[in-house]
Design a protein around this ligand. Structure first.
Ligand code: HEC
Length: 438
């Protein structure tokens, strides 16, 4: 073999380097999910791992598929925003096209801590595992079969003020999202007892209380941290209801989720209440697209802390905005291309004061068409369904400014929900809530 020196490609000045620019981008925008035991299928943490998949990475980044981040810049600034700017996308491409130079080692890139700052105050786990089948059947994902709800008795004897929570999963790659509810009605236990084995097939709502009123998690956002001065209230002896969305991975997976809670003792901390903006019943004929809208007006001032959209794959886009009493209009959350796979609660970077008299408006576009790639009803059929807490909904996590207003807000909210839920039609009409089989 001839002893020819290997020609080293000399990095052009314009080509970014791994140590210079790229590692920072990958660590901040990809490695949160792409790490050992993360929710993504392979790690992207080192030069070698990234370099080995660079063509694929360039393709998904250019196409805007990765990192997954649904909200547009038209809404309020959100915590944990992951989107890449155009110039970051361009840098990644230029680095790959330019031969993926490593560059000179600079300061180590700060990596998010893997463990939490302090031990949780309470860890709650499903007592028994449930088995996610290796593969889905022909009805998979249609009639709620990709969700299951679980009841976990809490056995604590005082109301806990939860300021932060973390969802731990036995099979992170098989779990999309989880929403939680503190159930003091016993409704969850009742439903659980009707079925064999752990959990039950049903949306996780109990009566008018929506699943997600105690927060939740999504892929890449297993931890939910409330801003200082706010908490979720977990009443004494409440059951924790977890509604888990999952998907088959090709292997049998165990669903056995745990939630870590951190509590606050701050006497000035204010509890979050959940307001629903929702459309109770939908009816979208075959091959049609409908925009559904809903508005109500806040009776008292609140601080908006976060929002959880709720919609399935029939929904292609959604928007939440507010018209202030001054007439000014504010976009709160805007998702131009919705994908239930990446659903999660969105927390505001800074809570926003909404004065009494603010009109809150939601809209959803539902496409019951074959052009909608996520339509679960293919072959097409009419999408007709109803649900007490809304088929499509937006949960607003808010705190009132004082204790007196809490009760006023809840009474108004109960009344508002009742007025939205029109009485059930008689069975004769053939239209029962959740009947999608016509
Ligand atoms: C919120 C979590 C999350 C973040 C952040 C994330 N990914 Fe992913 N990524 C996933 C998951 C989960 C998959 C598996 C495919 C799926 O679930 O759709 C995936 C798949 C991929 C794939 C394979 C494509 C495919 O269709 O299977 C590539 C390549 C990729 N990611 C690159 C990246 C890059 C580069 C970044 C950062 C710029 C990034 N990802 C950020 C979760 C994430």
């Amino acid at each position: 073999m001839l002893n020819v020196p290997v020609t080293q490609a000399i990095p052009d000045e314009a080509v970014p380097t791994w140590h210079g620019e790229i590692e920072k981008i990958i660590v901040a925008h990809c490695a949160g999910c792409h790490q050992q035991a993360g929710s993504a299928p392979f790690p992207l943490t080192t030069y070698e791992e990234v370099s080995a998949r660079s063509a694929f990475i360039e393709a998904v980044v250019q196409a805007g598929l990765m990192p997954p981040w649904l909200p547009s810049d038209h809404g309020l600034p959100l915590r944990g925003s992951r989107g890449l700017s155009d110039s970051q996308i361009e840098l990644v491409s230029r680095w790959i096209q330019g031969g993926k130079p490593k560059g000179a080692v600079g300061l180590p890139v700060e990596r998010p801590p893997v463990t939490s700052p302090r031990e949780p105050d309470l860890r709650v786990s499903m007592q028994e595992a449930w088995r996610i089948p290796a593969e889905g059947g022909p009805n998979w994902g249609r009639r709620d079969r990709d969700k299951r709800s679980f009841v976990v008795p809490m056995n604590h004897n005082r109301t806990l003020k939860v300021s932060r929570l973390m969802h731990r999963s036995a099979s992170p790659q098989a779990i999309h999202a989880m929403t939680m509810l503190a159930d003091t009605t016993g409704g969850g236990r009742y439903l659980d007892n009707r079925e064999e084995g752990p959990g039950y097939y049903m949306p996780g709502d109990i009566h008018d209380r929506p699943s997600g009123s105690l927060g939740g998690s999504g892929v890449g956002s297993r931890s939910l941290v409330l801003p200082d001065g706010y908490h979720w209230s977990l009443p004494a002896d409440a059951d924790l209801l977890m509604q888990v969305h999952f998907r088959p991975t090709g292997r049998a997976e165990h669903l056995q989720e745990s939630v870590d809670f951190w509590v606050t003792d701050d006497p000035a901390s204010r509890p979050l209440q959940t307001l629903i903006s929702m459309v109770w019943r939908v009816d979208v004929p075959v091959a049609e697209t409908r925009r559904l809208m809903e508005s109500w007006t806040l009776p008292v001032a609140v601080d908006l802390v976060g929002m959880t959209p709720r919609a399935n794959g029939v929904v292609t886009s959604l928007n939440l905005n507010a018209t202030l009493p001054t007439g000014e209009r504010l976009n709160l959350l805007d998702i131009p291309e919705y994908d239930p796979h990446w659903r999660m609660p969105y927390m505001l970077l800074e809570p926003l004061r909404l004065p009494a008299g603010t009109q809150v408006n939601s809209s959803w576009v539902l496409a019951n068409t074959t052009e909608n790639p996520r339509n679960p009803f293919v072959p097409l059929k009419p999408y007709i369904t109803a649900r007490r807490t809304g088929v499509v909904a937006m949960l607003l996590h808010v705190a009132t400014l004082n204790q007196d207003d809490q009760q006023a807000l809840m009474s108004w909210h109960d009344e508002m929900l009742r007025s939205r839920q029109r009485p059930r039609r008689s069975v004769k009409s053939g239209l029962e809530p959740s009947d999608t089989s016509r």
